[in-house]
Design a protein. Structure first.
Length: 78
């Protein structure tokens, strides 16, 4: 959760925690890939999948962002 429900602002500790989890996850994926090839292979594969299916990726991103926005908006009772 990166929204502070009590004071109504961004919870910067939550943002830092989310960034830490993402960086650690990227390190684990890179380490796992480096044991059997190059460390950046998963990122190249991901980029290839995104660019070859760009229309679907953009549509899915829009739907997920709007769903998250409305979930948070109505969860707070606005």
């Amino acid at each position: 959760m990166i929204w502070d429900p009590i004071y109504g602002g961004i919870d910067w500790d939550g943002v830092k925690q989310l960034a830490f989890y993402l960086v650690c996850g990227a390190f684990i994926v890179s380490f796992g890939a480096s044991t059997s090839g190059r460390w950046y292979d998963p990122y190249i594969w991901s980029w290839d999948v995104i660019t070859s299916n760009s229309t679907w990726f953009i549509a899915a991103s829009m739907v997920l962002l709007l769903a998250g926005y409305f979930y948070e908006r109505f969860g707070r009772g606005w």
